[in-house]
Design a protein around this ligand. Structure first.
Ligand code: GLV
Ligand code: MG
Length: 346
C-alpha cells in the first residue's frame, strides 16, 4: 500500500499530477463510434452537439483486420474536431491483446492532450490499473501533456467484480466504471445470450394458494452487480455507469434498464445506436417533478438540518442530502441543456 502522500505523486518525472477531485462533467451517455468507418467519423461534428461523451471504440465489435484503421481513424477524428465541453474517450483493446500497446503508444503522443478518458476493458484487479497508470504517466511525460488522462474500468469479469473495491482504490487516475453485461455473463457462466436487460426466465413465482392464480415477477439480473459497483465507486469518489443495451428493437426495455441504473446511482450509460441517445438523455436527466420537489426541500431547510413536513412527507437532514443530489445534477444538466434549464428553472 502506498502512503497517502505518495498516492497523488505523478508516476513519471514530467507527467501531470493526478486530479484530486474528478472534473465536474455531464456524462449521461457515452456514445460509441467505430472510428475505422469514414461515414461514422463524418458524423462526429454533429454528435459533439448531441451527446455528452464521444467514444472511439477500438475493442470488441471492431474486426481484427480493422484494428489499425480504427486506431488511426480515432486519431483522425480527435485531431479534426473541437470537442468543447463534450468528453472525448477511447475504449482501447484489452491488456493481453496484440493491439493494446500500440493503441496507447500511438494515441497518447498524437492526441493525448485532447483525450479525457481511456476506457480499459476486462479489468480483473488493481494490478491492471497500476500498469496502465504507469504507462500513461510515462507517455504523458514524453509527450509533454499537461492534463492527466483518466482511466475508466469496465466491470465485466467475475474476477473484476470480486475485486471491484481494489480496482476503485487503485489510482487517483480512476474516473469510474461501467457494467459490461455481455462479457460478464460469459465470464460468470450465466445462461443468457442477451447484451444487458432482463431475462424472461429470471423471476420469482408467487406462492401457491387455494383459488389464487400464481404470478411470476421478472427480476433484474444485474441488480447485484450494479449495486456492488455503485458502492465501490461512490465510496472512492468515482462515477458508476450502466454499459450497453444490445436489443435495438426494444426501446422500452432499454429505457427500463437505464432507469433502474439511474435510480440505483449510475450517472449514465453507453449508447450504441443513435436512438439510444434520446433515451439516455431522458433517463439520466432528473425528472422535472422530482427537481421541483427537491428544490422545495432545500428551500425549506436552508442550513440542511432539522425536520419539516412538505406535502405530507417528512423531511430531515438525510432527505436534504437526497434533494441536493437531484438539484446538483439538475444544475449540471442545465449548464449544457438550455431547454431543460428552462424547465428546471433553478
Ligand atoms: C461490454 O463490453 C460488455 O461486454 O457488455
Ligand atoms: Mg465487453
Amino acid at each position: 500500500m502506498k502512503t497517502p502522500s505518495a498516492f497523488y505523486k505523478p508516476l513519471a518525472i514530467g507527467a501531470p499530477a493526478p486530479f484530486r477531485e474528478l472534473p465536474l462533467s455531464l456524462e449521461r451517455m457515452i456514445h460509441f463510434v467505430p472510428p475505422h468507418v469514414e461515414k461514422m467519423r463524418a458524423k462526429v461534428p454533429d454528435l459533439i452537439e448531441k451527446v455528452d461523451v464521444v467514444l472511439g471504440n477500438l475493442e470488441d465489435a471492431i474486426p481484427a483486420d480493422a484494428k489499425t484503421d480504427a486506431r488511426r481513424g480515432f486519431i483522425q477524428m480527435a485531431t479534426e474536431n473541437d470537442f468543447g465541453a463534450t468528453g472525448l474517450w477511447t475504449r482501447v483493446n484489452c491488456l493481453n491483446s496484440p493491439w493494446f500497446l500500440d493503441d496507447l503508444l500511438e494515441i497518447v503522443p498524437a492526441v493525448g492532450d485532447k483525450l479525457d478518458v481511456v476506457m480499459l476493458p476486462k479489468v480483473e484487479g488493481a494490478w491492471d490499473i497500476h500498469y496502465l497508470d504507469q504507462l500513461l504517466a510515462q507517455l504523458e511525460a514524453r509527450a509533454g501533456i499537461s492534463k492527466p488522462i483518466m482511466i475508466h474500468a469496465i466491470l465485466e469479469t467475475a474476477e473484476g467484480v470480486k475485486n471491484v473495491e481494489q480496482i476503485a482504490a487503485a489510482s487517483p487516475r480512476m474516473h469510474g466504471m461501467s457494467l459490461g453485461p455481455a462479457d460478464l455473463a460469459a465470464s460468470r457462466g450465466m445462461k443468457t445470450t442477451r447484451v444487458g436487460g432482463g431475462h424472461p426466465d429470471y423471476m420469482v413465482l408467487s406462492d401457491e394458494a387455494e383459488g389464487v392464480t400464481r404470478t411470476a415477477f421478472q427480476q433484474d439480473l444485474w441488480h447485484y452487480t450494479v449495486g456492488k459497483m455503485v458502492d465501490a465507486c461512490l465510496s472512492y469518489g468515482l462515477k458508476p455507469f450502466y454499459g450497453p443495451f444490445g436489443d435495438f428493437s426494444d426501446d422500452a426495455a432499454c429505457e427500463s434498464q437505464f432507469r433502474n441504473a439511474f435510480l440505483m446511482g449510475c450517472l449514465g450509460a453507453w449508447t450504441l445506436h443513435p436512438k439510444q441517445i434520446e433515451i439516455a438523455k431522458r433517463v439520466f436527466s432528473p425528472d422535472p417533478g422530482e427537481v421541483s420537489f427537491a428544490k422545495k426541500i432545500l428551500d425549506a431547510m436552508p442550513d440542511g438540518t432539522g425536520a419539516v413536513m412538505i406535502d405530507g412527507k417528512m423531511q430531515d437532514d438525510a432527505t436534504w442530502k437526497q434533494a441536493k443530489v437531484i438539484v446538483d445534477l439538475a444544475k449540471l444538466v442545465s449548464s449544457k441543456d438550455a431547454s431543460l434549464a428552462e424547465i428546471y428553472n433553478l
